[in-house]
Write a protein that binds this ligand. Structure first.
Ligand SMILES: Cc1cc2nc3c(=O)[nH]c(=O)nc-3n(C[C@H](O)[C@H](O)[C@H](O)COP(=O)(O)O)c2cc1C
Ligand SMILES: O=C(O)C(=O)c1ccccc1
Length: 380
């Protein structure tokens, strides 16, 4: 059990005199100062008119928590269990590719920070560092692998096996990014980090991928990645195929339609991530938090339901848990921490997020994460 006095870290932040930004807007503004225009634009922006990006945050604000008091919440326990593993907090770090655009230490810094706080790190297929580099840097801390299916599926198979070998605990198949969303900021900035070679960590170290290339020069590697990652034929047969390959839990990330949630279960998925990819894929797509209740109704407790897109604060975690999520993924805020102060910046973002989550659960009247289900939520 994690015993906590949430007020301790609140007071600590007050007296420490350190000047780390608080709150998502401040984090974003500070990160903007540290990043190149292109990298910041890539990270912050959404697809199209950014309707979904904006709604992700606005939708959370449409829900209000109705707290209950006089329950003795002195022993708040934020731990959860997923697929037989106990985690200390109800959140994981979302897979974010190409983190070298944000900081030279990229995923190494993030995985180390996550390990320090016992928060699982989900490594992207397109990470700047490889599965093996991240494992060496972060040891046995919990890690999951996010898979972008390759047109040459021997490459996907190889990466799944590498993740298994490295002791990763789950495979997250992203289903919403078989092509890129219409990202105007990147077009404006003429910026594609994938083209510039920031997403090569797992490819340059993959013998199966390397064997498909005419030459191992930067241009061939990038071309090879692009040819594999654009994969509009992705369909349910690939999920069935992945199911045959691995005994690790499989989660489908990008589920928004309740019917797809039902099919995910039918296809043998062990979990789903309700997500619109942080508004970066289909502009106009529904907010994760708005569709969550319809999805949990269909899933009916059969498999864990995780959620991301728009989580910025501890109170957002409470809302997601109350509306039926089993855990959430934190996205952009940790990337901004990385931009601001590398590993230390990520640690600080995670630390504040943990504490704000604890305070928010306690002040809502929940002692355990499961109690959050009973929190009364009203929608404006
Ligand atoms: C810069 C950036 C890169 C991302 N790269 C990946 C990726 O490689 N794989 C993936 O499944 N999702 C990726 N995502 C989506 C995140 O996993 C997550 O769904 C999203 O960030 C949630 O939205 P939020 O950050 O606004 O909360 C990326 C998101 C950002 C911001
Ligand atoms: O930017 C993204 O959201 C993303 O998922 C991605 C993945 C691979 C390459 C470039 C972007």
């Amino acid at each position: 059990m994690t015993t906590t006095k949430p007020s301790d870290s609140f007071l600590e932040n007050i007296v420490s005199g350190a000047s780390f930004p608080f709150g998502p807007e401040e984090l974003e503004a500070e990160a903007k100062k540290k990043m190149s225009k292109e990298a910041f634009g890539f990270t912050r922006s959404g697809a199209g008119g950014e309707e979904t990006l904006k709604n992700n945050v606005a939708s959370f604000a449409n829900y209000s928590i109705v707290p209950q008091y006089l329950k003795d919440v002195s022993q708040v326990d934020t731990s959860i269990e997923l697929f037989g593993h106990k985690y200390q907090h109800p959140f994981l770090l979302a897979p974010v590719g190409m983190l070298k655009i944000t900081h030279e230490d990229g995923e190494i810094a993030v995985a180390k920070a996550a390990a320090k706080h016992h928060v699982p790190f989900i490594q992207s297929t397109t990470s700047s560092y490889s599965i093996e580099d991240v494992t060496e840097a972060s040891g046995t801390s919990p890690k999951w692998f996010q898979l972008y299916w390759s047109n040459n599926e021997n490459i996907s198979y190889s990466m799944v096996k590498r993740a298994e070998k490295a002791g990763y605990q789950a495979i997250v198949l992203t289903i919403d990014t078989f092509m890129f969303g219409w990202r105007e900021e990147d077009m404006r900035n003429h910026f594609s980090p994938l083209r510039e070679g920031y997403g090569t960590g797992n490819y340059l170290t993959d013998d199966v991928f390397l064997a498909t290339l005419p030459n191992v020069d930067k241009e061939s590697v990038v071309q090879g990645i692009l040819e594999n990652i654009y994969h509009p034929t992705l369909n349910w047969k690939h999920v069935a195929e992945l199911r045959k390959w691995t005994d690790l839990p499989i989660l489908l990330k990008g589920i928004l339609h309740p019917e797809d949630a039902r099919r995910a279960i039918e296809s043998g998925a062990d979990g789903i991530v309700v997500s619109n990819h942080g508004g970066r894929q289909l502009d106009g797509a529904v907010s994760s938090i708005d569709i969550l209740p319809s999805i949990t109704e269909v899933v009916d407790g059969k498999i864990p339901v995780l959620l991301d897109s728009g989580i910025r604060r501890g109170s957002d975690v409470v809302k997601a848990l109350a509306l039926g999520a089993d855990a959430i993924l934190l996205g952009r805020p940790f990337v901004y921490g990385l931009a601001i102060d590398g590993q230390k910046g990520v640690e600080k973002v995670i630390e504040n997020f943990i504490q704000e989550t604890k305070v928010s659960l306690a002040l809502s009247g929940a002692i355990k994460v499961k109690d959050a289900r009973d929190i009364y939520i009203v929608k404006r």
